[in-house]
Design a binder for this molecule. Structure first.
Ligand SMILES: Cc1ncc(COP(=O)(O)O)c(C=O)c1O
Length: 399
């Protein structure tokens, strides 16, 4: 059965990916099963998305009850919607700093694309400073904003006006700043770029630099948002002025959904017709996002994320002490964790062997193993996955 699925995808799916020859039929919490009944542990949560685990009853209930009422409104965003209003009210309470208004999209790239467009229009300036190793999406404007040549340069000509500086380097950012810069776009922790965590004062300094130069600050929380790093947003506890913040991934636990928030200052400068879309936060998406976020807030998921993150990171650090030649670095925030392996070949071997033994992990930047399991993972579940990873690392060390 699994083979039939694989053959069909191989025949008709546009071949963008080096596919994994496993066809997943169902999931439950941190576990998934392939069509032949083999069970796997998912330490990727569908790339940072299924934050409440697979087949979460919270999400099932929200989808079922809302889809019985209405999925998409007549005239979509032009009409009002109780689930949208509820979600707006809930999110307004958790938004950091002076962010106060929201709009909804279907993905992270779509949110970033919208705010880049709006930052340019409102400021009347053209340029955007982004950082090396950043990742902001795969639309033409967001690949143009992405600081990785491999994702970007084959699509020339790109959207013009993007400049790149090294991440976590305030001097480089200051040197790149001038009167043409409409916005700086930044991930508070670079995810796809290798889980790069900036110095504690970096974002504050960037915010001050933007204010001084009358430049918008766009924070991309697509990967870090919704408790992934141990607080509702990675910037929640920072004293920074953010003009735009983008969100997706964990926002609706696997239902495709995204959002962007703006400050009141920005909202006042937006004009009718500046943005829109077919979905604009349709009732179904809003109901699911509301259920997911409410569950996070009511259950103080942030605390368990910090504890689970520490539990996993402590174990990885013990392995690093044991195998310093193999593991170059362990870093992470909450449940966004990286284990940097000495070389790409070894990282690839660890990845493949884990998969054979029933564990999904992710490798980014060739040699960085990224672990980002569901946010409600228990220590016992984490240990089950870590046992496999530890065994694989020990066996590779011996070879
Ligand atoms: C920081 C960041 N921004 C934007 C995106 C793009 O999001 P999406 O794939 O939902 O378009 C990603 C995806 O990995 C991301 O990590």
């Amino acid at each position: 059965m699994q083979q039939d699925t694989i053959l069909m995808e191989e025949k008709y799916f546009v071949p963008f990916f080096n596919k994994i020859p496993i066809s997943i039929e169902r999931g439950d919490g941190i576990y998934v099963w392939d069509e032949d009944g083999k069970r796997y542990i998912d330490f990727t949560s569908g790339w940072g998305v299924t934050c409440l685990g697979h087949a979460s009853p919270v999400i099932i209930e929200a989808i079922t009850s809302q889809s019985r009422k209405i999925i998409q409104n007549p005239s979509s965003g032009l009409t009002y919607s109780p689930p949208r209003a509820r979600l707006l009210g809930l999110m307004a309470d958790i938004l950091p700093g002076k962010l106060s208004r929201l709009f909804f999209s279907n993905s992270g790239a779509e949110s970033n694309d919208a705010v880049i467009k709006l930052a340019r229009k409102i400021s009347g300036k053209t340029d955007v400073i982004s950082t090396e190793k950043s990742f902001h999406g795969r639309t033409i404007s967001t690949v143009s904003a992405t600081g990785q040549a491999k994702h970007r340069d084959k699509f020339n000509p790109l959207v013009p006006g993007f400049r790149f500086v090294p991440y976590n380097d305030i001097h480089a950012m200051t040197a790149a700043m001038d009167k043409d810069v409409a916005a700086v776009i930044l991930e508070p922790v670079q995810g796809e770029g290798g889980v790069n965590i900036p110095d504690s004062e970096y974002l504050e300094k960037i915010s001050q630099l933007c204010e001084k130069n009358n430049t918008f600050l766009i924070i991309d929380e697509v990967q870090t948002g919704f408790c992934r790093t141990g607080s509702m947003f990675a910037i929640t506890d920072l004293d920074i002025k953010v003009d735009f913040m983008t969100m997706a991934k964990g926002i609706a636990g696997g239902f495709p959904f995204g959002a962007f928030a703006v400050s009141e200052d920005v909202a006042q400068k937006i004009e009718k017709g500046d943005h829109g879309g077919t979905y604009c936060g349709n009732p179904l998406g809003c109901a699911v996002a509301y259920a997911v976020i409410k569950h996070m807030v009511d259950n103080e998921i942030e605390n368990s994320v910090r504890a689970a993150g520490k539990h996993i990171t402590d174990t990885l650090k013990e392995w690093q002490d044991e195998f310093p030649g193999l593991i170059k670095d362990i870093r992470g925030k909450g449940l966004l964790i990286a284990m940097e392996i000495r070389d790409e070949k070894t990282a690839g071997k660890i990845y493949k062997t884990c998969l054979k033994k029933g564990l999904f992990i992710n490798v980014t930047q060739g040699n960085i193993i990224r672990l980002f399991p569901a946010l409600n993972i228990t220590d016992e579940e984490a240990d089950e996955g870590l046992d496999i990873l530890g065994e694989v690392i020990a066996s590779i060390k011996k070879t």
